[in-house]
Design a protein around this ligand. Structure first.
Ligand code: NAD
Length: 355
């Protein structure tokens, strides 16, 4: 069936890396007999330059009508002086809320061959790390009522979760676990927070619908420790917005390479937004040296989570692993003195292996 993919290259290295991901999807379409139609849209700085705003209503509508969205990154020094509402990053928030994306999937994936980049000892890394953090994206303390007393002597942020909000994110986590090692760790602070006690109750209830997936609960302070003590114990971690924000950055850090990590934002339907976790890296834009792997892996996630093309997604992921294990590096993951290849060459190596 034909899939309509909105492609937002964005700014800085965005166009360099997105074109490699699109070429990879094209290769998949010809090998597996799918039809992907790409529609290029502007957001971020590129949209500010063209239309005066980071995201137009028309662009949002186009993105909404697509089966999925592939995004590079937005922002750069050219637009840093603009007032808040006109900043390129506003496009991301508008896209996430406009598309109703409440679930953020952040894989922390580290291949054995890149273990030198990790701050952890090789005895802890073992055969590599592969964790999926599922973070609730639109609720919790970041969105609760904010108060500053009139004399500025106190302030508060309300942390609030409804059963429905917890249930839908829990289902995303169990669904993701079913495509992986079938283990979910739900992270909360149920010894202190009422929202966490509700969280635990609802997640446990959802687990009954997934008898094939193992569930355990962990306090967030312990989870932060366990991620560096024994990261290999985790498969899928599901948690609320703020805990997920912190733990997903911690998990990224232990893999050591920002150019390798993808992310997916999902809503209640099949449409999602897929993007690397890194920014637009203006320092290396247009030089054919950016690492395209995070974006190529984001495209693989799109195949898996939006199009249910698990075999095709795995073909891309396996190819990336093989290329990295064979010693091919872009400059950011090369050791000092080691040879490296460019953005386009890395994309082409991955596509060769897929075939
Ligand atoms: P950044 O992630 O763009 O760059 C941090 C460092 O990592 C830089 O040295 C960069 O060269 C390097 N890097 C990043 N991606 C790389 C890749 N694929 N290959 C090789 N090296 C890579 O973060 P920053 O410098 O803090 O931000 C730059 C711009 O990106 C800012 O305007 C910021 O607002 C924006 N940004 C956008 C997003 C997004 O679009 N989701 C996220 C973060 C930052």
């Amino acid at each position: 069936m034909k899939k309509h993919i909105a492609v937002i290259s964005g700014d800085g290295i965005g166009p360099d890396i997105v074109s490699e991901a699109v070429k990879t999807l094209e290769r998949i379409s010809s090998l597996y007999g799918h039809e992907f139609e790409f529609e290029y849209l502007l957001a971020g700085g590129a949209s500010i330059d063209e239309y005066g705003v980071p995201l137009t209503q028309e662009t949002l509508e186009r993105a909404k009508s697509a089966d999925s969205v592939l995004l590079g990154a937005v922002g750069g020094p050219k637009w840093d002086g603009l007032e808040g509402r006109l900043r390129p990053e506003k496009a991301l928030l508008a896209l996430r809320s406009g598309l109703g994306l409440f679930c953020n999937l952040r894989p922390a994936l580290m291949y054995k061959a890149l273990e030198d980049a990790s701050p952890l000892k090789s005895s802890i890394i073992g055969e590599g790390i592969d964790i999926m953090i599922v973070r609730e994206l639109t609720g919790g303390i970041y969105f609760g009522e904010k108060t500053l007393s009139s004399d500025s002597s106190w302030a508060s942020d309300l942390m609030k979760y409804s059963v429905e909000e917890i249930e839908r994110i829990a289902r995303k986590a169990f669904d993701a676990a079913r495509k992986r090692k079938k283990r979910v760790t739900s992270v909360d602070k149920a010894n202190v927070l009422e929202t966490s006690r509700l969280w635990r109750k609802v997640v446990s209830r959802v687990a009954e619908d997934y008898p094939d997936v193992e569930l355990n609960h962990m306090y967030v302070d312990n989870a932060a420790m366990q991620l560096v003590r024994n990261p290999r114990q985790f498969d899928v971690i599901v948690t609320e917005n703020m805990f997920g924000d912190i733990l997903s950055d911690e998990a990224s850090m232990i893999t050591g390479s920002i150019g390798m990590l993808s992310s997916a934002s999902l809503g209640s339907g099949k449409c999602g937004m897929y993007e690397p976790i890194h920014g637009s890296a203006p320092d290396i834009a247009g030089k054919n040296i950016a690492n395209p792997i995070a974006t190529i892996l984001s495209a693989a996630s799109m195949l898996r989570y939006s199009f249910d093309m698990d075999v095709e997604a795995k073909a891309i992921e396996d190819a990336v692993e093989k290329v990295v294990n064979a010693g091919w590096r872009t400059f950011d993951i090369a050791k000092e003195g080691e040879k490296y290849i460019g953005t386009k060459e890395m994309g082409e190596k991955i596509r060769e292996v897929i075939e």
